[in-house]
Ligand binder design. Structure first.
Ligand code: SAH
Ligand code: SF4
Length: 391
């Protein structure tokens, strides 16, 4: 199968996801499942609706990976579905657990492309960091994902599958209301989610469905580097929490760090934030780069810019990667910066790196896996740190 490099040309309707090569039902909503069942065999609309609900329940509530397990469906229907479709997961090509419990999966899709997702547990909750693209077209200068040569959008199936794989690994099927560890989603893995809005929205719609994965919109946060026209749509249609990768307070510097700023500058971006439905504070992510964006004057300018926005600032220690043109600010500098932001009344947590020993920062497991194919693993691979993304 040829590699698809056009970032917008990925189909959402059934396509193969797993190694069995059959069109996957993962990523389809109740309506699409009903359409598919209606076309499969003659039945009344009422029967089709009931079967669709049952099928939906098996996929997203019970987590069934095989049609034969779907005991409430007639045997004949199970066999017909199994002949033509799949609910199998993509191949997990690497899986690691850090000393602090952070877990990471590298998933390989049918065309051989790989993405990663990271689960970050806390005491009584945990967030899955999902990817929305293979690579990223946006080339932010401090981000490793932006240097990956291949880019394509993930389909809704591929985004949803990351959630199913995490729930498989955590042993949290069927979906329970209480006591589960996988409670939150942060859309902060590889890729720019608002450049793949439809597939991301479809997957988050499934995540929020009460009869399926049942994650609340209050526990989902989407991070964007600033695709302004889609921010409004995201607020209106999904209503999830918003995180903005700000990283600089002057356009000149932000143009360099986050090149998308040349299209939608800081002022335009903050205007969009002011219009975002204020269900909870907007998180502003600010990566701490030594001598680049970390001065007291910049902290004061940040406070000025955020005036009137219900905001929280996440200071992210820069996570270095081989050949990166930046270094992380010192702890003292980060503390001084945080103190100024906090004095102005904004919560400003410094994100503790998680999963240091498994390279849990976005982009790194995938890169390590590619390198392993060429040469044996080196100690350097163990130096990474996660940005600590549970909001
Ligand atoms: N593309 C989206 C979401 C994925 S990036 C976005 O840019 O918001 C998730 C977060 O990790 C972003 O805030 C991004 O700026 C940050 N990040 C990327 N590379 C990093 C690095 N090397 N060190 C620390 N944070 C990084
Ligand atoms: Fe893409 Fe986000 Fe990385 Fe920028 S920071 S290159 S938008 S993944």
């Amino acid at each position: 199968m040829p590699v698809r490099i056009d970032p917008t040309a990925i189909p959402t309707l059934p396509g193969p996801l797993a190694a069995d090569g059959k069109p996957s039902l993962i990523g389809l909503d109740g309506e699409a499942l009903a359409e598919l069942l209606g076309a499969l065999e003659p039945a009344t609309p009422r029967q089709v609706a009931m079967r669709a609900r049952q099928l939906f329940h098996w996929i997203y509530h019970q987590g069934a990976t095989d049609f034969s397990l779907m005991s409430t469906l007639p045997k004949g229907l199970r066999e017909r579905l199994a002949a033509d479709f799949s609910v199998a997961r993509p191949t997990v090509t690497a899986q690691q657990t850090a000393a602090d419990g952070t877990r990471k999966w590298l998933l390989r899709f049918f065309d051989g492309q790989e993405v990663e997702s990271v689960f970050i547990p806390e005491e009584d909750r945990g967030a899955l960091c999902v990817s929305t693209q293979v690579g990223c077209t946006l080339s932010c200068s401090f981000c490793h994902t932006g240097t990956m040569p291949l880019v394509r959008n993930l389909g809704a199936a591929e985004i949803t599958a990351q959630m199913l794989v995490a729930r498989d690994a955590l042993g949290e099927w069927p979906t329970a209301k209480q006591g589960r560890l996988f409670t939150n989603i942060v859309v902060m893995g590889m890729g720019e989610p608002l450049f793949n809005y439809d597939n991301t929205a479809a997957a988050l719609g499934l995540a929020m469905d009460e009869t399926g994965l049942a994650l609340s919109r209050r526990r989902i946060t989407l991070s964007t580097s600033g695709v302004v026209p889609k921010i409004e749509q995201c607020g209106r249609e999904l209503g999830v929490g918003l995180a903005i990768s700000l990283h600089a307070v002057r356009d000149e510097l932000r143009d360099e760090l986050v090149p998308l700023n040349r299209k939608w500058n800081i002022e335009t971006l903050l205007d969009a934030c002011r219009r975002y439905p204020a269900r909870r504070p907007i998180t502003f992510e600010y990566v701490m780069l030594a001598g680049v964006n970390d001065s007291d004057a910049e902290a004061r300018e940040l406070v000025r810019l955020l005036d009137g926005i219900q905001a929280k600032v996440n200071l992210i220690p820069f996570n270095p990667w081989p050949g990166a043109p930046y270094a992380c600010s010192s702890n003292n500098r980060i503390r001084a910066f945080a103190a100024i932001v906090e004095a102005a009344g904004y919560a400003s947590p410094v994100r503790t790196p998680r999963g240091r020993d498994i390279l849990a920062a976005c982009g790194q497991l995938k890169t390590a896996s590619e390198r392993r194919r060429r040469e044996p693993a080196t100690g350097r691979e163990r130096l990474g740190a996660a940005a600590g993304l549970v909001g």
